[in-house]
Design a protein. Structure first.
Length: 536
């Protein structure tokens, strides 16, 4: 508890008359008069005023009240103390490195003092005392410093004990243990527990639904940990449908079997239709932490038809190795067969490729991210052998560089700013670059306001900025603006799309709806995207 010397005056009850307030700079006089009207007595009013100043960091503030015919309130605000002015007592300085933990120039508010107390407890927990309790014995103002004296009960020094998971139906517990940063029997470290908690929130087949519970096992003098979990749906459907400006309907859908064997595996069927002449069908398999090792494996087979110009059949396999909780590195190998449609004189081709990938992400959660950053990079090299109608064979190489950066920034409790940047470049021995090797830009994934994959480009950058507002934890609205500078056959183009949308998550699934303009800045040419994700 904070004990500050208050000057209390014994004042007989009487009419207040006019109220004069002097010495106040932090609060307006009208605010202080309003508190006086709601207070039950002058003593209660004096206490409320001082508590308001203490909460703002003015711990040496005093308030004197002179109740004559008129009431005069004289306030001496004093110094506004900073966290760096705080001296902690009653603690083990070998455990709590005071100046390092208190290097903060923010005001000392009551909320800050609670945060400092939590830092003290966390420091002891990091040193192996998970059941430490620290209470403020007293807090005094001494000149330019605030001294906070603690009563610390460290409790027993413990190791990590049994780790249990509750609420699981499909997921095998052994696969979750592979993701933990703690080890049973080792010294307790609070940071390892928090890292393990974050690792479990970044899984797409199960999720932690509450903070872990740490209990003292008196028999083994260890800290048993319980994670409350919930499996995601085993059969999921993720769809996106959109109305093009020419009133044609396009869309895509994914049907996934997820976590059937309890290891987080996914077997999925993908279908998409851009227009009546462009469609794609594919099958994919993902094996996260395959065999219990920190390696994610992925296999894909797909066939696509682009504008009745050619048919592509592609096989690829990839692996991503988890260097740490945030960093991954990996590669993908692919083989593709290009066959022109009947009546086309373009060459057929065989393409073999290798792509190197890196990924970094640091987010507060995988779903409904409020704060975080994610960066991915790709460097690909392709070898192409083309066969034209005259049986001539030509060969060549191409390189592709892609990157994507995402940033989530909270603004207060409900506002979130989301930004995305995607630069890319393709170089090839073939001139012009074959159509199937160009980047496809446009649509919900890259440039809203334009038809899906409507631009074929070899160099450019695409950006997105969103302002999101959380009405509830499961409902948000957003306004967005997407921009691109790309190089096409027609030359350099600058493209802008904008609009508004919403996302809603219910027990039935997640739904999203976007309205955007770009290709044509007229309401009757608006593009509408409706997406949903559900399952059983």
């Amino acid at each position: 508890m904070i004990k500050v010397l208050l000057i209390l005056l014994l004042i007989a009850g009487c009419a207040l008359g006019e109220v004069h307030i002097a010495g106040n700079r932090l609060f307006r006089s009208e605010e202080l008069r309003k508190e006086l009207r709601t207070a039950g007595s002058l003593e209660e009013y004096q206490r409320q005023v001082l508590e308001s100043y203490f909460a703002a960091g003015y711990f040496a503030a005093t308030a004197e009240i002179d109740a004559g015919n008129d009431t005069t309130v004289t306030i001496v605000e004093g110094k506004r103390y900073r966290v760096s002015d705080v001296i902690l007592g009653g603690i083990d300085t070998s455990i709590v490195v005071q100046r390092q933990s208190l290097n903060d120039n923010s005001p000392v508010t009551t909320a800050k003092i609670e945060e400092l107390s939590k830092r003290v407890v966390d420091a002891y927990a990091e040193a192996g005392y998970p059941f430490c309790q620290a209470e403020i014995k007293r807090a005094d103002v001494w000149g330019d410093e605030i001294k906070i004296e603690y009563t610390v009960v460290t409790g027993p020094r413990a190791t990590f004990g049994r780790v249990e998971f509750t609420g699981l139906v499909s997921t095998k517990k052994e696969r979750l243990r592979d993701r933990l940063k703690l080890e049973e029997g080792k010294s307790y470290r609070e940071s390892q527990l928090r890292q393990s908690e974050r690792a479990l929130t970044m899984l797409n087949f199960t999720r932690a639904i509450s903070a872990p519970v740490v209990a003292h096992n008196t028999r083994t003098n260890s800290a048993d940990v319980v994670f409350a979990m919930r499996d995601e749906r085993n059969l999921t459907v993720d769809g996106l449908f959109y109305l093009n400006s020419d009133n044609t309907i396009g869309g895509s859908g994914d049907l996934d079997l997820l976590n059937i064997f309890g290891t987080g595996e996914r077997v999925g069927l993908h279908w998409s239709r851009q227009n009546k002449n462009s469609r794609e069908l594919g099958i994919g398999v993902e094996l996260p932490f395959a065999g219990g090792y920190p390696v994610d494996l992925k296999f894909d087979v797909a066939q696509s038809d682009r504008d009745s110009a050619y048919v592509s059949a592609k096989i690829q396999a990839g692996a991503m190795y988890h260097l740490s909780e945030q960093w991954q590195i990996g590669s993908t190998i692919s083989w593709e067969k290009i066959t022109p449609d009947e009546g086309r004189d373009s060459p057929s081709a065989r393409i073999a490729g290798v792509t190197l990938k890196t990924a970094f992400q640091k987010r507060d959660r995988l779903r409904s991210t409020r704060k975080g950053v994610a960066v991915t990079t790709e460097f690909g090299s392709l070898y192409r052998k083309s066969f034209d109608s005259g049986n001539d064979i030509s060969t060549g190489y191409s390189t592709t560089i892609k990157a994507k950066g995402e940033l989530w920034q909270p603004l207060g409790r409900r506002w979130i700013v989301y930004q995305r940047l995607m630069p890319f470049q393709i170089r090839s021995d073939f001139d012009p670059i074959p159509t199937e090797q160009l980047m496809e830009i446009g649509g919900a994934a890259s440039l809203r306001g334009y038809r899906e994959r409507s631009f074929l480009v070899d160099i450019g950058v695409v950006s997105a900025t969103e302002l999101r507002y959380l009405f509830e934890s499961n409902f948000l609205a957003r306004i967005f603006c997407d921009n691109a500078v790309v190089e096409t056959e027609a030359g350099t183009q600058r493209l802008t799309g904008f609009g508004l949308g919403m996302e809603l998550e219910t027990t039935m699934g997640r739904f999203r709806l976007d309205f955007s303009l770009g290709e044509e800045k007229q309401l009757d040419a608006m593009l509408v995207h409706f997406g949903f994700e559900t399952g059983i």
